[in-house]
Design a protein around this ligand. Structure first.
Ligand SMILES: O=C[C@H](O)[C@H](O)COP(=O)(O)O
Ligand SMILES: C=C(OP(=O)(O)O)C(=O)O
Length: 350
């Protein structure tokens, strides 16, 4: 009788969810391993990003790539072209590819390759994890450092070893769970300012993530676990504009730097040329980037440079997929992007 009661109570409280098994992080990493040479490459790339953020390497950090990856073929074609450009510009810039497989949504919408790799609402996350890890590993093997937004903390367990930089997005910067996760990550992590444009929440996030935490989590074998983290010393601010408009202009950057200095935090920051800084018009990104380059030129002493990195949303073709049309190759499925030709011309200006 007591058992019947317990079962009924459990059914009532869990009626709105169902679960299916997924591979553990250890199993996925075993199936798609990172070999020693690749691990060393990623370690070197992380260190270069750290050096830029600490003012020891004066090259511009450029994080560029599609708003979201949805098709391995076009992502790899972009990666091949970017790897060649990165080599050409290596004296002036350190280029990292945006390799975003999770998308935060304002309300609802496609949540990225990791969640729905078949793009049909079937939400085959098991395949999504494999496709995403496979693609990220192939891109890293091109010699490219990779950046992504870590949206679900469990995704870091499956993909974190392939990343040289990660973002916490505008919609999750205030989340304690994300700050705890960042505290245990081995790569530099940028916190974006909130969608309302405020930077205080991102500064709080940097402070929180730099501390050790103890939190609920999953171990490599997929078991619930108590996780203890050491604190991440390489967090920084990413300006992406907000509801009231852009924050890439010299005045906004100065205010952000002053706020960071007042809190004793790293005043070197990254500016996203897209999102609210471009008013979501991808073709405005060159205008934003040129403004940032002009601001950098004003600062003659490289060690006092505050804008150390920029982000672009860029794909093979301009814009985004048309509504109710067959998918066009190399076109973003989420936010509009700057096409390759324009991206390439723009980055040559550096
Ligand atoms: O970068 C992508 C989008 O800006 C973000 O995922 C939010 O998208 P949405 O407002 O279309 O949901
Ligand atoms: C969603 C993104 O950015 P933000 O968090 O700034 O909206 C993104 O870079 O894909």
């Amino acid at each position: 009788m007591q058992q019947l009661h317990d079962t009924t109570a459990r059914n009532l409280t869990t009626a709105s969810r169902r679960s299916l098994p997924l591979p553990t992080p250890a199993l996925l990493r075993e199936r798609l391993p990172v070999d020693r040479a690749l691990a060393e490459q990623i370690d070197r790339h992380r260190q270069t990003v750290r050096n830029i953020l600490n003012g020891e390497d004066n090259r511009l950090l450029i994080i560029t790539g599609p708003c979201s990856l949805h098709d391995p073929k076009s992502a790899l074609e972009y990666g091949h072209r970017l790897a060649a450009l990165a080599e050409q510009l290596r004296d002036k810039a350190f280029i990292v590819m945006r390799a975003y497989v999770e998308k935060p949504r304002t309300t609802v919408g496609w949540k990225g390759m990791l969640y729905d790799p078949h793009l049909d609402g079937s939400n085959d996350i098991g395949t999504g994890l494999t496709v995403a890890r496979h693609l990220l590993r192939d891109l890293a093997k091109l010699g490219l450092p990779l950046a992504t937004e870590l949206l679900h903390p469990m995704a870091a367990d499956y993909l974190g070893d392939l990343l040289s930089w990660a973002a916490i997005g505008a919609r999750t910067t205030e989340s304690q769970i994300h700050r705890e996760m960042v505290s245990g990550l081995a790569m530099p992590v940028g916190f974006k300012n909130g969608t309302d444009g405020s930077i205080d929440i991102a500064c709080d996030a940097m402070g929180s993530a730099s501390h050790p935490h103890t939190h609920l989590g999953m171990d490599d074998d997929g078991r619930n676990a108590l996780i203890q983290t050491a604190g991440n010393a390489d967090t920084h601010l990413v300006l992406r504009g907000g509801h009231d408009g852009p924050n890439y202009d010299a005045n906004s950057v100065r205010q952000a730097v002053t706020a960071l200095q007042a809190k004793g935090q790293n005043p070197r920051l990254i500016v996203d040329c897209s999102h609210a800084n471009s008013g979501k018009d991808p073709l405005r990104q060159p205008h934003v980037l040129r403004d940032l380059l002009a601001q950098r030129q004003q600062q003659r002493d490289p060690s006092r440079q505050h804008i150390v990195g920029v982000m672009l949303e860029s794909h093979l073709e301009d814009g985004r997929q048309g509504q109710d049309k067959p998918l066009a190759y190399g076109v973003s499925i989420t936010d509009g992007c700057l096409g390759w030709e324009k991206t390439c011309d723009l980055l040559q200006e550096i």
